[in-house]
Design a binder for this molecule. Structure first.
Ligand code: ZN
Length: 468
């Protein structure tokens, strides 16, 4: 069974068919770095992380592109409010995004495209659209996409295109589904744009790109120069991006190239916090750094998210997080047990692997994979209780393979350097005692270490230790 994924374009689960397997080009809409990304944004980025890991585990050679929106309506407004230039305003939030990504164990994309570094490509795309007659300059000096010249507009969101009012225009980056209008590709620079450094010269007038244009230009540039193609294999984002953002990306890209922009469109569902959509107004606005500062293990956040399918909404609340934290603790305990006791468990391992593969191949059914993992833990614990001294490491390797894709094992506790120094000194003393056959002294040191929570294990490579 090949990997099958739900394609928003067809509204059905389809076998993945990349243009040139094993390569898979993956474009994921990234954060707008006007502020800290919230945990709902990270739910989308985590679903994309699971997608990427599962494709790689399945033998695909994924090339992952994520953009950083460092110029758009919100960035300009925020920079102007802070009295800064856009680059000065966005850089700290870009760095914060990378820290949050690392905290949540999200694999870095192969390339992060910053919108401000692709202005020439954006200008070229607008020119091409004007040449092909699907874009025009309005009397307000901005350049618009002409919906009437692109008859397939609205396919992704199943928009009733009869509602489109020919010639109606919208300049803002975000607008409602009942307002499909000619949208701005390039916005004429105003005084505020100039004051924050968000204005560039172009043959059709000084201005700045619209948000939707940015993704089309960056995606086409990256796959064009690297792979000489004009179609992405997979394009992802949150469901709120289907309209207008992705609809507009399709119009711009296909209007310019004549080729399909993406073979598969995938969208992650929303995250609610304590029952309601997260917002600053309800006081339930959570960022990844809030969780990190509260000492939440990233493994628990990942496990909590995997317990719901990416196309189902999640409620993020304290009980759910506590439950996931407990689940992660059990996985960690089991992992430690397998490492010391070993065992091949030939009657359990094939079930675990087959069940997880079937689950993730079926449109990333993470809840089913998680259930299989915990079922394995229960059954294996029973088996290890029953039979002692089992040889082999088959069970450990299989468990680590599955847990590695989900990446849900607990974060090792950070070790205090003073403790580490003391442990090293005590282990050296224990070594000397053992060499002189003073086993009583060696045992006393082991007890001394244990009293401070340090467990040791003698291996052919020397003595290993960890804080229990
Ligand atoms: Zn985008």
């Amino acid at each position: 069974m090949p990997v099958a994924l739900y394609n928003t374009m067809s509204r059905s689960v389809e076998p993945l068919q990349p243009l040139a397997p094993p390569r898979v080009t993956l474009y994921t809409c990234g954060p707008t770095v006007w502020n800290y990304a919230h945990i709902g944004n990270f739910r989308t980025f985590l679903f994309e992380d699971l997608l990427r890991r599962w494709l790689e585990h399945s033998g695909y050679d994924v090339f992952h592109i994520m953009n950083l929106t460092d110029v758009d309506d919100r960035v300009i407004k925020a920079a102007a409010g802070a009295g800064k230039r856009i680059t000065e305003h966005t850089e700290p939030f870009t760095q914060a995004f990378f820290q949050d990504r690392d905290y949540l164990r999200i694999k870095p994309a192969h390339v992060y495209t910053r919108a401000t570094q692709y202005i020439p490509q954006m200008i070229a795309l607008v020119q091409r659209l004007m040449e092909r007659g699907v874009a025009y300059k309005g009397e307000d000096g901005s350049v618009y996409f002409a919906l009437s010249r692109f008859p397939t507009y609205g396919r992704l969101s199943r928009l009733d295109t009869r509602q489109i009012k020919v010639g109606a225009r919208v300049a803002s980056d975000e607008y409602a589904k009942d307002d499909p209008s000619d949208f701005a590709l390039w916005k004429k620079a105003d005084a505020e744009d100039e004051s924050v450094g968000a204005a560039w010269d172009a043959p059709f007038g000084r201005g700045r790109p619209g948000w939707h244009l940015e993704c089309s230009a960056m995606a086409l540039d990256e796959i064009g120069k690297r792979f000489d193609v004009r179609t992405l294999d997979i394009h992802c984002g949150g469901i709120d991006l289907i309209f207008p953002h992705h609809e507009d990306e399709i119009a711009q890209s296909e209007g310019a190239t004549g080729d399909p922009f993406a073979r598969c469109w995938m969208h992650g569902e929303f995250l609610n916090v304590r029952g309601t959509k997260m917002s600053k107004r309800f006081g339930n606005f959570l960022t990844a750094r809030d969780l990190r500062e509260q000492g939440v293990d990233a493994a628990a956040v990942r496990l909590l998210f995997w317990q719901s399918h990416y196309r189902q909404p999640i409620d993020f609340n304290d009980e759910a997080l506590a439950g996931a934290t407990e689940g992660v603790r059990r996985l960690g305990e089991f992992h430690a047990r397998l490492k010391t006791s070993g065992g091949d468990l030939p009657e359990l391992v094939p079930t675990l692997e087959a069940e997880c593969t079937a689950a993730l191949d079926d449109d990333l059914d993470a809840p089913r994979a998680v259930a299989a993992l915990f079922e394995f833990v229960r059954a294996a614990n029973r088996e290890l209780d029953r039979v002692t001294g089992r040889k082999g490491s088959g069970a450990l390797a299989a468990f680590e393979r599955v847990a590695g894709v989900l990446d849900v094992l607990p974060t090792p506790k950070a070790v205090d350097p003073d403790l580490a120094g003391w442990v090293a000194e005590r282990l050296a003393a224990r070594d000397r005692a053992r060499k002189s056959k003073d086993f009583k002294a060696a045992d006393a040191i082991r007890a001394e270490l244990k009293a401070r929570g340090v467990e040791i294990e003698d291996t052919p490579m020397g003595t290993k230790w960890r804080v229990a």
